[in-house]
Design a protein around this ligand. Structure first.
Ligand SMILES: [Zn+2]
Length: 84
């Protein structure tokens, strides 16, 4: 392996210890649920999930899980208040 590539790998190892360098703008995640797979997406601070709970409440366990895994790199989802 050439010296330039070794230098890049070393830099990547260093950067990977500094996750605050990363801000995620968009992503799509297939979430393996207990009963069904769900598609979670995130685009410029807006979350979406194809499950029925998200449709009613604007957040769900699938979105919350991805938020936790990517903590500090994404904006939190805003829950919709429970209907009266
Ligand atoms: Zn969901």
């Amino acid at each position: 392996m050439d010296a330039a590539m070794i230098g890049k790998i070393e830099k990547a190892l260093q950067y990977s210890q500094e996750p605050d360098r990363l801000h995620i703008n968009a992503l799509k995640v297939t979430f393996k649920g207990d009963h069904h797979d769900h598609l979670v997406s995130y685009n410029d601070g807006t979350w979406h999930c194809d499950c029925s709970f998200f449709k009613a409440r604007g957040v769900c366990s699938h979105v919350m899980t991805v938020e936790r895994v990517l903590a500090g790199m994404v904006e939190p989802a805003e829950a919709v208040p429970m209907p009266a």
